[in-house]
Design a protein around this ligand. Structure first.
Ligand code: 5AD
Ligand code: SF4
Length: 460
């Protein structure tokens, strides 16, 4: 019996792709191992959103080279770097056996066959035409014992944000037909999943036969599903219909991740984000009116080419104004072939020290705000969907609130239960407390707590 190990970098799309890879490898009679040194096949599923992600994957490849030398392990690179670099990656990394793009996961058996049988080094990075693309159907057995799962609803991105490599690595937008999405959600509910997150690079421009708002509403009606989430959204697709869905369907969870990227209109324009700060705020206010208390999170890029101190001050101002629950903030990193990378010299690169200094200032403000938001919850009771034991202390339980805040608490409810937790203390990113009552038991008793995923996978 041969064994494989998948090292996953990047976003949830990549984590899901790794699961699909593991299903394909399972059919080839490969079994997962959590120890790369024992693997006959190592796949790196890569991310190229920022340079750092690429660097991390190159250093991981170096480590796995030693495994290859010791036991002849096959080494493959998939995901976004593979799609971007194609055969160049084989030239750059002479000990690499194969390179495959996100559309070629189903071809893994053939690729591995060619590498083994014909001692060929293989590159498979062709796009499948939008009309012909079939989304791999997740095997629900992989999710048995899990409480929350991700469901792919679309892939690719048709936006043209000038900083972003995704259109180059994931191609044109393709939506998954809604009956397929709903069938997968129903499969998941049958094995005990109670919360699903619909994922795609740009979910609310979904066009799989019904609107995205309708897809959320239909998902919420699948028997057994109690919570529905989604990620990621672009502000220009935040329709009134979607806002209305938040008003009418309580199973759509009160959390919205709405990347703004910058608080300055001239920067947004150069980013080709096609909204102004005022328009963004108008959407956000409407959403807050439809679902009071909704938690807002966002992504920010600091040090975008030409960003002045005044531009950056506007980002700080926006941060204070919105009072986000949380922000994911990044230093601008020029990506190959993107509009901003090509124009960086013309617009004026921001020196690295300035970028670092701005990032620290922004994060300090956000940490304070996040701390204030969570501190206000101390003494209150929150509803938590129990996911299993706490990572920090196996004697405690772990789960999330509707707003997606993480909670570690004293209690005994099994994974899949809904409980009331009294919040006793809080840090900017976490709540802690004790279980006061069980609101509902799991729909399917998990066979084992803390299910071991079928996939041996390190996410970096
Ligand atoms: N440099 C820095 N951050 C980036 N992001 C996307 N591209 C870049 C880049 N070139 C950030 C954006 C996006 C998040 C997923 O990553 O904020 O929303
Ligand atoms: Fe990284 Fe984007 Fe690819 Fe996800 S889609 S792995 S974030 S480059």
């Amino acid at each position: 019996m041969k064994r494989y190990f998948i090292h996953t970098f990047g976003c949830q799309m990549n984590v899901n792709d790794s699961l699909r890879m593991s299903e394909v490898l399972g059919k080839l009679e490969y079994r997962p191992t959590p120890v790369p040194e024992e693997a006959d096949l190592i796949i790196l599923n890569t991310c190229s959103i920022r340079e750092k992600a690429e660097d991390k994957m190159l250093s991981a490849l170096g480590r796995y080279r030693t495994v290859k030398l010791a036991r002849g392990t096959l080494l493959g690179v998939g995901g976004c770097v593979a799609q971007q670099e194609k055969d160049k990656l084989l030239k750059k990394v002479p000990y690499l056996d194969f390179v495959f793009g996100p559309d070629s996961i189903v071809k893994l058996p053939e690729i591995i066959g060619r590498v083994q049988g014909e001692r060929e080094r293989v590159v498979e990075t062709a796009w499948v035409d939008s009309e012909e693309y079939v989304f791999p159907r997740a095997d629900p057995e992989t999710s048995r014992g899990k409480v929350t799962e991700f469901v792919t609803v679309m892939k690719g991105c048709d936006n043209v944000c000038s900083f972003c490599v995704v259109p180059h690595t994931r191609g044109r937008e393709v939506s998954r037909p809604f009956p397929d999405v709903l069938a997968e959600v129903a499969d998941l509910a049958r094995v005990g999943v109670r919360e699903v997150t619909l994922i795609g690079q740009n979910v609310n421009s979904y066009r799989g036969g019904i609107s995205f708002a309708q897809l959320l509403l239909r998902t919420a009606e699948v028997p057994g599903i109690e919570r529905v989430r989604f990620t990621t959204s672009h502000p220009h697709d935040l329709s009134d219909e979607l806002i209305e869905a938040f008003r009418t369907q309580p199973k759509i969870m009160p959390h919205f991740h709405l990347p703004v990227q910058s608080g300055s209109n001239p920067v947004l324009k150069r980013m080709r984000r096609d909204y102004t700060v005022a328009q963004y705020l108008e959407r956000l206010e409407k959403l807050r009116a439809a679902r009071p208390g909704i938690a807002m999170t966002t992504d920010i890029i600091v040090g975008f080419p030409g960003e002045t101190e005044e531009d950056f001050a506007l980002t700080l101002e926006l941060t204070e104004k919105v009072r986000y629950d949380n922000q994911f903030s990044f230093i601008y990193s020029p990506r190959p072939k993107t509009g901003a990378a090509l124009k960086e010299d013309e617009w004026g690169p921001v020196p690295h020290e300035v970028k670092i200094e701005r990032l620290e200032r922004l994060q300090k403000i956000q940490r304070r705000i996040s701390g204030e938001v969570t501190a206000a919850l101390v003494g209150q009771e929150v509803e938590v969907l129990v996911e299993g034991p706490s990572r920090y202390n196996p004697l405690k339980r772990f789960g999330r609130t509707p707003e997606n805040r993480t909670v570690n608490f004293d209690g005994d409810a099994p994974a899949g239960s809904f409980v009331k937790v009294l919040v006793e203390s809080a840090t900017p990113n976490q709540l802690a407390g004790k279980q006061m009552a069980v609101l509902s038991p799991p729909t399917v008793m998990p066979a084992a707590e803390a299910p071991q995923p079928e996939i041996s996978c390190v996410v970096a």
